[in-house]
Ligand binder design. Structure first.
Ligand code: C5P
Length: 227
């Protein structure tokens, strides 16, 4: 299992301070919408300057028509990130077109599909997808695998079932992790590290429990200790 730290702080400076604080740990860094829209490619370069070994997950959750998604994926190739994601609800044709476009490159980042956002509860999810979260997440995972993606973003609660219906190698990345019973915030389906491990999760994403702590490096150390 790998730890992915979400860089969701309000300013670039605060994100960079957090990165410097945890620079000696073997973790992935997740650059999300806010940071990327505000700080762009320059921020990715700043991360590598602090420690070139940091792996970067660009969490932009692409969702558009197939050609636009494939164009965007190709632009992401130029950024040198190690992982990015799309929404599975964009459909199999869009996901396949993304993978087809990337197949022209010798190496490419890991590509994941978002199934159900971990902030959804059952009622909210049904209002959009007219199905239960677990069943729909399974279906999205199958679609993603058949489209050639490497794995999915899901909650720790869906990871095991997704591995069963796809394969053990098909990756799961789970946000909504609260390592030490911290406040869930807007997340609905939260789990701890032991649960994620048991659910065969490949990557856990942790944001607020790390960056809101008085000692982020210590929280990172304690999380890694549980691996
Ligand atoms: O602060 P917290 O640990 O809840 O952060 C979770 C991170 O994972 C946030 O950056 C959020 O955007 C992201 N995320 C999520 N649910 C998904 C996909 C990404 O919470 N399904």
């Amino acid at each position: 299992m790998e730890l992915c730290v979400a860089l969701d702080l309000p300013t670039k400076q605060e994100n960079l301070d957090l990165i410097r604080d945890i620079k000696d740990y073997d973790v992935w860094l997740k650059v999300g919408l806010r940071s990327y829209i505000r700080d762009g490619e320059e921020f990715l370069k700043d991360i590598k300057k602090i420690n070139p070994n940091f792996k970067i997950f660009l969490d932009l959750k692409l969702y558009d028509i197939p050609n636009t998604m494939a164009d965007a994926a190709e632009s992401i190739m130029g950024l040198g990130v190690d992982m990015f994601n799309v929404h599975a609800s964009a459909g199999k044709r869009a996901m396949s077109e993304v993978m087809e476009r990337l197949s022209a490159y010798e190496t490419r980042p890991i590509v994941l599909a978002v199934t159900a956002l971990t902030s959804f509860n059952e009622e909210e999810f049904a209002a959009v997808y007219e199905k239960e979260i677990a069943a729909k997440a399974d279906q999205f995972a199958k679609d993603a695998m058949e489209s050639g993606l490497d794995g999915v973003v899901c909650s720790a609660y869906e990871s095991k079932s997704i591995k069963e219906i796809t394969s053990k190698e098909f990756m799961t990345l789970t946000p909504g992790i609260r390592p030490f019973g911290e406040d869930a915030g807007d997340q609905q389906r939260v789990a701890d590290v032991a649960f994620a491990k048991e659910a065969l999760v490949d990557f856990i994403v942790v944001g607020r429990p790390i960056y809101k702590s008085a000692n982020p490096a210590e929280v990172v150390r304690k999380i890694l200790e549980q691996f």
